[in-house]
Structure formats: C-alpha cells, structure tokens
Design a protein around this ligand. Structure first.
Ligand SMILES: N[C@@H](CCC(=O)N[C@@H](CS)C(=O)NCC(=O)O)C(=O)O
Length: 236
C-alpha cells in the first residue's frame, strides 16, 4: 500500500501543511488506499513534505505524486474536464500554491510572535526542550529566507493582506454557489483548494487573511462540506 509521509496531524485539521493536506484529500477523493507516516521534511528526497513510498518508488512533490498516481491508477478526478476547464484548474491551483500559500506562510513564520509560538509548538513541540528551541530558531531563519526569496515579505502588512484578499475574492467568485469548483463533482482542483483554504481559515493562526476568508460564507461552507464528507473522523 502507498505510504504517505507527512507532518503529524494537529489543530483539528487534516494536516498543517497545505501540500500534505492537498495530497491526502486527492487520495481520499480518488479512493486510492494509503497509510500515513508521521514525518519531517529532512526525511524527504527533496527536503519537503509530502512524499510517498510505493514499493521501491519514493516520490516527492504533490504534483509529481499526482501524475504518478494517475499513471498507476488512472485519472479518477479530471477526465470529464474540457481543455478550458483544465486550463482554469491549473491557473487556480497556481494561485493557491504559488501565491496564497506564501501569504499564509508569512502569517505563521513572520507576521506575529503569537502565531510563531503556535506554529513552533505544532511543528517542533515533540522535540526535547533545548533542541526544540535551537532547531526551531534555525528553521525559522531558513523559512523566512524562502519567504523573502519568493518576494511576498518585501511588502508591508497592508500590501500583503490586500493581495491575500484579492486571491480570496477570486476563489470565492470562481466557486460561486457550486458544490465543487468545477461543478457537481470533485476534481483535483478541489483537493488543492481544500488543502489551502482549510489551512487559511481553519487553523489557529490569526491574521487579516484568515478573517477575510472567514467572511466569505461560500468558502467556509465549502470547507465544512469537504471536511464532513472526506474527514468525518475529525468531527468525532
Ligand atoms: N512543491 C511542493 C511543495 C511542498 C512544500 O512546500 N512543503 C512544505 C510544507 S507545506 C515543506 O516541507 N517545507 C519544508 C522546507 O521548505 O524546508 C509540493 O507540491 O509538494
């Protein structure tokens, strides 16, 4: 069976990593059996989670893993999409992964001391006290460097959160009153959208971007529907 290596679950959401949550949701939506392994990025072939093991194959990167799953199990989610819908799906996924993601990363690692303490406890809380502080301190420097490399943290808070609100408006308008982003059935875009939205509005990291996401009732309802349908164990 496929082994999905990801962060240990916390915060009452499927995973504190947007990308791990995306992949696990894809596996559930596509009904592909898997088992999870609690892991850390240092164990991954590419230094980031998630990665999977399938027999002798070790594959990292959620997109490459999904390509592999499609090759092995068929395309369970996107076969009915037209070329235009596929183009829109890719564009929305890039908005989530390459833009909104970095804004939420900024809120966890840089925006406020309160958020940093919550994030630190969730990721490094299992380590022994002194080691925990050193590892978290080093890791924080590295991630903040990545956020600056992306460019988002070169803006001030107002500019950053305005960009986040623009992303959320686009997502909310695109979803509109449909059950899923592409209509009545879940597609790979929903696995991604859920992974990133639940990590924006459903986790204990406070920020104007979370507040704004919570003001978008269709996005809140969407996350609740997907949590109830695919992660019923979380509400028990
Ligand atoms: N493109 C990768 C991105 C994965 C990613 O950014 N993972 C984060 C957690 S959300 C990570 O492991 N970061 C650790 C690091 O950058 O050191 C994917 O799609 O899987």
């Amino acid at each position: 069976m496929i082994k999905l290596h990801q962060f240990a679950p916390t915060w009452g959401i499927p995973n504190l990593s947007h990308f791990c949550c995306k992949l696990e949701t894809y596996l559930r939506m596509a009904e592909i059996p898997y088992q999870t392994v609690d892991s850390l990025p240092g164990k991954s072939p590419k230094g980031k989670l998630p990665f999977i093991e399938d027999g002798n194959n070790k594959i990292a990167d959620s997109d490459l893993i999904i390509q592999y799953l499609i090759q092995e199990h068929g395309d369970k989610l996107d076969t009915d999409l037209s070329p235009l819908q596929k183009a829109n799906s890719i564009a929305m996924q890039r908005l989530l992964e390459e833009h909104l993601f970095w804004i939420t990363l900024y809120t966890r690692w840089q925006y406020s001391e309160e958020n940093w303490q919550v994030n630190k406890k969730a990721i490094f809380g299992g380590l022994p006290p002194v080691i925990r502080d050193i590892v978290a301190w080093v890791y924080r420097i590295l991630i903040r460097r990545q956020i600056r490399g992306h460019g988002i943290s070169r803006h001030n808070n107002e500019e950053i959160f305005q960009k986040g609100r623009t992303d959320l408006d686009a997502l909310s308008d695109f979803l509109s009153d449909k059950p899923y982003f592409m209509g009545d059935k879940p597609t790979s875009l929903d696995a991604t959208a859920y992974g990133f939205l639940i990590n924006t509005l459903g986790c204990p990291i406070e920020s104007p971007v979370k507040e704004y996401a919570l003001s978008k009732q269709n996005l809140v309802d969407y996350c609740q529907r997907i949590s109830a349908k695919y992660y019923s164990e979380l509400s028990r």
